[in-house]
Write a protein that binds this ligand. Structure first.
Ligand code: PLP
Length: 361
């Protein structure tokens, strides 16, 4: 089955096979990884290797901390505001370009003054701001945005404009590792793993070290980035299995794919092929995202009616194309084509779309 789920999503087959091989007995351990202590040197080496591989893939400098946390991307909505907003006397500014940004600002408001300086709600989050659509205050606590809104399928092609004095914060959950990223433009970026980076259970936080010191020490301990940084992601028991798989996915990207530029090229080919079918369908398929902000990862589109959408999903599943139903707020179809979705999966879906439009258009 080709699985187009928005997450948890497909993992590289070679990684799954390695995990299967090592499940009963981790080389050198005499036990399964699931059975060894997080303080065991074997696991600590695995954790460091995962951090180092991410550092080399993304070119992360020593002035940034790479932390592995639990609580999903959702906990970061609160953690970011607790560390960088609470007690700062400043206001945090948000670009709202989809569902996840909205959820993030709702949590930030519990910690302090958080305002949306851009919101594309009026057009059901089908677009992104361009220069002049918003202004960031020079003394904002941070500027927050979501680089790829998974539900609407809108993705920033590059970082939004932000004054040098303001830390840029990104929810990169659904496009992390899909292309090279200029990490040094960010104060903090984070991603839950269960789309491009591994299984559910671990969230990667990349944070400029000088910002780690800003938090009020009285915030809840687990939210306090300083605890995770100082203890090398072992302040408490980390999600050992998820980190172990994440390290393997990062190695697959680096060694088998050839790095993030090579991955981006493949992702562009895959997504372009589906968008072309949408554009060539004489209006049978209507893309949700405006063409200039289409996502490489989540291809969202509508059909002429709910009946045809239901028929599309039912017939697709007979051809082993699974999890294509769009989120209820957008309707239609969402094909999530993360890094591990093979070209063959996208080609099979593309052929199915072409045939379906010919038969039903
Ligand atoms: N942010 C984005 C962009 C997402 O796609 C998701 C999940 O799909 C989340 C946040 C929430 O992630 P989690 O379920 O790990 O909290």
């Amino acid at each position: 089955v080709f699985n187009f789920s928005a997450g948890p999503a497909a993992l590289p087959e070679s990684v799954l096979r390695e995990v299967q091989d090592e499940m009963l007995c981790l080389p050198g351990a005499g036990a399964s990884l699931l059975e060894i202590s997080h303080r065991d040197k074997l696991f600590v080496d695995i954790l460091h290797d995962a951090q180092d591989t991410l550092r080399s893939l993304l070119g992360i400098g020593d002035d940034y901390s790479v932390m592995f946390m639990q609580g999903g991307a959702t906990l970061q909505f609160s953690a970011i505001a607790a560390n960088l907003l609470r007690g700062s006397g400043k206001r945090a500014e948000y670009l709202l370009t989809g569902s996840w940004g909205k959820k993030a600002i709702a949590e930030a408001k519990k910690e302090g003054d958080a305002v949306a300086i851009y919101d594309s709600k009026a057009t059901n989050y089908d677009r992104l701001p361009t220069a002049g659509d918003y202004t960031v205050s020079d003394d904002a606590a941070y500027l927050y945005y979501c680089s790829n809104e998974t539900i609407q399928g809108v993705q920033f092609a590059e970082e939004p404009a932000c004054p040098a004095s303001v830390p840029l914060v990104s929810d990169a959950s659904s496009d992390f590792l899909c292309r090279p990223l200029p990490v040094d433009k960010y104060g903090l970026l984070y991603a839950c793993a269960q789309k491009n980076a591994g299984p559910a259970g671990v969230t990667v936080v990349v944070m400029r070290k000088d910002l780690i010191e800003r938090a009020d020490p009285n915030i809840p301990g687990y939210l306090h980035y300083k605890n995770h940084d100082e203890n090398d992601s072992e302040w408490n028991t980390p999600p050992t299995f998820a980190i172990y798989v994440l390290g393997k996915v990062a190695r697959w990207l680096r060694d088998d794919i050839g790095g993030l530029a090579a991955m981006e090229k493949i992702n562009r080919e895959k997504s372009d092929s589906l968008y072309k079918i949408i554009d060539d369908s004489n209006g049978f398929y209507r893309g949700h995202a405006q063409p200039q902000c289409r996502s490489l990862m989540n291809v969202t589109f509508n059909l002429p009616s709910d009946e045809l959408t239901a028929k599309f999903i039912a017939e697709a599943s007979k051809q082993r194309l699974a999890a294509l139903k769009g989120h209820r707020s957008v309707g239609g179809i969402r094909a999530s084509i993360y890094n591990a979705m093979p070209r063959a999966g996208v080609e099979t879906l593309g052929q199915f779309m072409t045939d379906f439009a010919a038969a039903n258009g």
